[in-house]
Design a protein around this ligand. Structure first.
Ligand code: COA
Length: 260
């Protein structure tokens, strides 16, 4: 698929994906959702890609939400269809099997915040702002905000954001656990790449199964999740990388992982 609203570039194992509608603060219109869905499929399918970093073009926004001009014309059934499509795209990204990091360079509002929530890791610039302002528009979050935000930051902080519709700044996002790191705006691309490169130094199959255990396990009972974890722990004993990782430690040298 040719992308008109995204830049997609693979550099040394990382897919760098940039939402590219800066004149509309990277608002997520139907085309962006379609292209992001395709991009999520590429991350999952292409062996060359081992992780992805998502950011927004321009200085001002990661994504300022779903495209309000499209929402304005919707009826109940196409509204529901739009929400389901956006949710499916984010689920595809979340379950792509490889780490996806959101480098949040400005406004992450509404669908933009929900996009960041579906990523596995979030780093923000000091200038970032987060919010679920939907109730101010007479709608509710429709791309997973009511579900992922309380799972990430807890019910109280999530309801505060969702019911007030007020934005919070990067430091507040850090305090409530919405992001794991805040850096000066000019350092954001390098900090995001450094975090991803650090992750990619680890054993690829272990990364993939750890991701799966967290993402799938959160939807299970504790018993089921623990069982999944034990299965993964056992399964990794069949890999060359486990032997390499443990042996390298004992031999006091750096491991060389192969993803096998
Ligand atoms: N959907 C469609 N267009 C959007 C948009 C959105 N979610 N957010 C911003 N834009 C557009 C603006 O309409 C404007 O377009 P124009 O130049 O053709 O008029 C352009 O992006 C720049 O935005 P502007 O509002 O002029 O920037 P600002 O710095 O004054 O304000 C925001 C920034 C983020 C506070 C403001 O754009 C805003 O409140 N956006 C909507 C946020 C929102 O409610 N998101 C949830 C949607 S469900």
């Amino acid at each position: 698929m040719a992308y008109h609203t995204l830049q997609f570039e693979i550099r040394d194992g990382i897919a760098f994906i940039t939402l590219n509608r800066p004149e509309k603060l990277n608002a997520l219109n139907d085309r962006v959702v379609e292209e992001l869905s395709d991009a999520a499929g590429r991350i999952a399918a292409e062996e060359e890609i081992r992780g992805a970093i998502l950011t927004g073009a321009g200085q001002k926004a990661f994504a300022a939400g779903a495209d309000i001009s499209e929402l304005a014309g919707q009826g109940p059934f196409d509204g529901k269809a739009r929400a389901l499509k956006g949710q499916a795209m984010l689920r595809r990204l979340e379950t792509c099997g490889k780490p996806v990091l959101a480098a949040i360079n400005g406004f992450a509002l509404g669908g933009g915040c929900e996009l960041a929530l579906a990523c596995h890791l979030r780093i923000a610039s000091e200038t970032a702002k987060f919010g679920q302002p939907e109730v101010k528009l007479g709608i509710t979050p429709g791309y997973g905000g009511t579900q992922r935000l309380p799972r990430l930051v807890g019910r109280g902080a999530a309801l505060h954001m969702i019911l007030t519709g007020e934005a919070i700044d990067a430091q507040q996002a850090l305090r409530i656990g919405l992001v794991s790191q805040v850096v000066p705006a000019s350092d954001l691309p390098a900090a995001a790449e450094k975090m991803m490169r650090g992750i990619l130094k680890n054993a690829p199959l272990a990364i993939s199964l750890a991701l799966e255990a967290v993402e799938r396990g959160l939807d299970m009972t504790l018993e089921e999740g623990l069982f999944l974890e034990a299965n993964h722990f056992g399964l990794l004993a069949s890999t060359r990388d486990m032997k390499e990782g443990l042996t390298a430690f004992l031999e006091k040298r750096a491991p060389g992982f192969e993803g096998r």
